[in-house]
Design a protein around this ligand. Structure first.
Ligand code: FES
Ligand code: FES
Length: 162
C-alpha cells in the first residue's frame, strides 16, 4: 500500500488541500479529484498536447506531471479561462469559435492553454512564432489553418483591447 501525500495547490485561483497517491498524474487529479474534465487526456505520453495546462504561468503536459509535484503550485486549466464575473468566454476561446478553430474539440483545451501562454509572452507573434509555439499540439480534424487563424484573431483582438 502506498502512502498518500498531502498537497496544497491552487487551481484557477481556488485553494485545495488534498491527499494524493504518489503516482497520480496531474491530469487525473484535475479530472477525477477536482472534477475539472476540461483538461483532456489523449496519448498520455507527452506527444499530443491535449492535456496542456499552465503551471505557475508556463504550459506543461499534465499527463507527465505528478500531482505530488504540484505542492505550492498555481495551476490554470481551461475552466479558468472564462470570465468568472460575467461568464464571458476568454478572447482566445471566442476567437476559436469565430474563426472555426475546432471541429470535434478534443484537442481544443490544449491549444487554448498553449495560446494563452504564447500571447501572454508575445502579444504580436509572427506566423512562424505561432507555428513554433503550437508545434507540440496535435489536431486530427482541422488541418490547422483555422487554428492558426483563430490565434491570429485572438492576438489582434487582445492587442486592440489592451
Ligand atoms: S495526453 Fe498529455 S501529451 Fe498527450
Ligand atoms: S478539433 Fe478534433 S482533434 Fe482537433
Amino acid at each position: 500500500m502506498t502512502t498518500k501525500q498531502r498537497i496544497n495547490i491552487k487551481v484557477n485561483g481556488k485553494a485545495y488541500e488534498r491527499d494524493v497517491e504518489p503516482r497520480l498524474t496531474l491530469a487525473d487529479f484535475l479530472r477525477h479529484d477536482l472534477h475539472l474534465g476540461g483538461t483532456h487526456v489523449g496519448c498520455e505520453h507527452g506527444i499530443c498536447g491535449v492535456c496542456n495546462v499552465l503551471i505557475d504561468g508556463r504550459s506543461a503536459r499534465s499527463c507527465l506531471t505528478l500531482a505530488v509535484q504540484m505542492d505550492g503550485a498555481q495551476v490554470t486549466t481551461v475552466e479558468g479561462l472564462r470570465n468568472r464575473q460575467t461568464g464571458q468566454l476568454h478572447p482566445i476561446q471566442q476567437a476559436f469559435v469565430d474563426a472555426h478553430g475546432l471541429q470535434c474539440g478534443f484537442c481544443t483545451p490544449g491549444f487554448l492553454m498553449t495560446t494563452l501562454e504564447l500571447l501572454g509572452e508575445n502579444p504580436n507573434p509572427s506566423e512562424d512564432e505561432i507555428k513554433e509555439a503550437l508545434g507540440g499540439n496535435l489536431c486530427r480534424c482541422t488541418g490547422y489553418e483555422s487554428i492558426l487563424a483563430s490565434v491570429r484573431l485572438a492576438a489582434e483582438r487582445m492587442r486592440a483591447s489592451a
